[in-house]
Design a protein around this ligand. Structure first.
Ligand code: NI
Length: 315
């Protein structure tokens, strides 16, 4: 595959690299030092249009709601018809074409370059910020959501389906090591019914770098990168399709507690548990196994079973 990949430097000046779709040493070095990157192009223009149409259809049809895959990241879902930031986990389950275009192939190349050849797609998700919405995405690290019993390296490849800047909620990042510790978090408003988390650890917001990028560009961050986004003050919804790639999970001997994960009671998790008990568990396992290559079964099965056990136990 060949593509033109241009990248945005920290100072905002863009340089372009032509030839095979790959990152340059400068991008790899910057990612290692800062734990994020912004690229001006990952998804071709035509795929941006089809992906956006697909995701609009999924949101309009409330795909995944009954099984807990669709939920509100930012509220307790008191009014499901007015979500602050609706999200769908694994939209590719409902629209497999989302992972069959050039963007998924390009993302896999970039992920392997950044976290190694063992990187595999672990899940995809989509977030929508409604227009004229005053809700900001709290600062957080994605690993704050993860089971501390396991360790892995991961990268989220976040692709906006319209241009993003600070007016409509582009992501912003606090530079730091990709292996920095998971800082303390809490539920926003200390309301354990909200799915999202906010970081209450020690970090300097003055260092935050907003990353405006065109439609079909991407930002890339690790599970340890501190990131957040402002509200969408524009007239149009802000869609972002995200692919998360991870290395195999390894058990952690001296795991640090993540007390903010205890006692959470989200409506999303309750819908998922109810759906699993009504027979959804079989469908869930089948979806996971049928979407992975045979060579990945032995590698991923222990983590999958641990996660299923945790979900049934309500964790
Ligand atoms: Ni995040």
């Amino acid at each position: 595959m060949s593509a033109v990949l241009s990248e945005r430097s920290m100072e905002g000046a863009a340089t372009a690299t032509s030839g095979p779709f790959e990152l340059g040493q400068a991008e790899r070095d910057r990612f290692a030092a800062q734990s994020f990157l912004a690229l001006d192009r990952l998804m071709p223009e035509a795929e941006v249009a089809t992906t956006r149409a697909t995701l609009e259809r999924l949101f309009n049809s409330r795909a995944g709601y009954a099984e807990g895959a669709r939920f509100d990241f930012l509220s307790a879902e008191d009014d499901p018809d007015k979500p602050a930031m609706p999200q769908i986990l694994r939209p590719s389950v409902y629209a497999p074409e989302l992972l069959r275009g050039p963007a998924a192939a390009n993302a896999a190349i970039v992920a392997r370059e950044l976290i190694g050849p063992e990187a595999r797609l672990s899940f995809d998700h989509v977030m929508m910020k409604p227009p004229h919405d005053g809700a900001a995405t709290p600062w957080h690290q994605d690993d704050a959501f993860a089971d501390p019993a396991f360790d892995m390296r991961s990268v989220s490849i976040w692709i906006p389906l319209q241009a993003v800047d600070e007016r409509n909620g582009c992501l912003a990042f606090v530079p730091g090591s990709p292996r920095r510790d998971v800082l303390p978090h809490r539920s926003p408003g200390e309301d354990g019914r909200v799915h999202g988390l906010e970081c209450v650890g020690d970090f300097d917001l003055a260092e935050a770098v907003p990353c405006p990028i065109p439609a079909g560009g991407c930002t890339i961050h690790t599970g340890r990168t501190l990131h957040g986004a402002g509200p969408n003050l524009s007239d149009a919804p802000r869609y972002a399709f995200v692919m998360v790639f991870s290395t195999p999970k390894r058990p952690v001997a001296d795991q640090a507690a993540r007390p903010w994960l205890e006692g959470r009671q989200t409506a999303r998790a309750e819908r998922e548990r109810s759906w699993m008990r009504r027979g959804g568990l079989v469908l869930h396992v089948w979806r996971r196994l049928s979407s992975m290559p045979l060579s990945d079964y032995r590698r991923l099965l222990p983590g999958l079973l641990a996660r299923l056990g945790g979900r049934l136990a309500g964790r």
